[in-house]
Write a protein that binds this ligand. Structure first.
Ligand code: B1M
Length: 212
């Protein structure tokens, strides 16, 4: 079995205590960190999601798989994040109200940090007012990044962007959105400045938006 397949199996089974060592073994074996992340972890979460959808597993299994992935990402982080933090400016990031998914948001935060930004992570289930309050306390923020991972929290994303669009500071900050159910056309429709599909392209987009 390949080292990456081992990581994938441990993530899927939710073996949080063993994943770190398996990721380290894959790195020691010369595997590309991005490949370990994509094939060993992100693809595995899609498998977990499919199994959940088909009724083969339930919420607790999804939760332990998520915990295991987080442990693996901790070991990968120094190999993925290379930038000098803060040089590009400040970014606020949050998962919107009603949504508890944070793995994707954390990866976006990590890649954006790695691209040289200082990241203020507000966590999950964040109300629009909290995002606005965070900007007011950090008016040097260049970009506000919002994740929504459920179709049922897309309206919360829309409302948060609407609240930001109505704020007096809107012309001083860019708003980026993303998450599995989000598309470019939804981002355009709700009035965000940018959308990207994954964490790596989110970091590239952040650099582009910060330069405008
Ligand atoms: Co949930 N869940 N979940 N879940 N969960 C999904 C999302 C689901 C697709 C599973 C399925 O049915 N196939 C489904 C949503 C269906 C839908 O929306 N129609 C679902 C459901 C239904 C639910 C509950 C409602 C289940 C229930 O209680 N009955 C519940 C809701 C809780 C809530 O939020 N209120 C729930 C709960 C949970 C857990 C708590 C158990 C756990 C989350 C733990 C955690 O995050 N700490 C969980 C998990 C693990 C998943 C799956 C299996 C994996 C999510 C994940 O981490 N993916 C997921 C299935 C799936 O995704 N296929 C599923 C890996 C991650 C790297 O990808 O988050 O997409 P992702 O992030 C990507 C991109 O989207 C993008 O970049 C990231 C990295 O490449 N991106 C951005 C994200 N944010 C971005 C921001 C940007 C740009 C790009 O710019 C700002």
């Amino acid at each position: 079995m390949s080292k990456i397949t081992e990581v994938a199996e441990l993530v899927e089974k939710g073996k949080a205590k063993l994943v770190g060592a398996a990721v380290q073994a894959a790195l020691d074996d010369g595997c590309d960190p991005m490949q370990i992340l994509n094939e060993g972890m992100i693809d595995t979460m899609s498998v977990v999601g499919e199994k959940f959808k088909n009724g083969e597993i339930f919420v607790p299994e999804m939760l332990v798989a998520a915990r295991a992935m987080k442990k693996g990402v901790e070991v990968l982080k120094p190999h993925l994040a290379t930038g000098s933090t803060g040089a590009q400016g400040k970014v606020i990031i949050a998962t919107v109200a009603g949504d508890l998914h944070d793995i994707g948001k954390n990866l976006v935060a990590m890649m954006i940090e790695s691209a040289g930004f200082e990241v203020l992570d507000l966590g999950v289930d964040v109300a629009a007012e909290k995002v606005i309050e965070a900007y007011r306390t950090n008016p040097d923020t260049k970009i506000i990044c919002l994740s929504a991972l459920l179709t049922t929290t897309m309206p919360a994303l829309k409302d948060t962007v609407a609240a930001l669009n109505a704020a007096d500071f809107r012309s001083s900050v860019k708003v980026m959105v993303g998450g599995a159910p989000i598309t470019q056309s939804f981002a355009d429709e709700i009035g965000a400045d940018g959308y990207s599909e994954d964490a790596a392209s989110a970091a590239m987009l952040a650099k582009k938006l910060a330069a405008v």
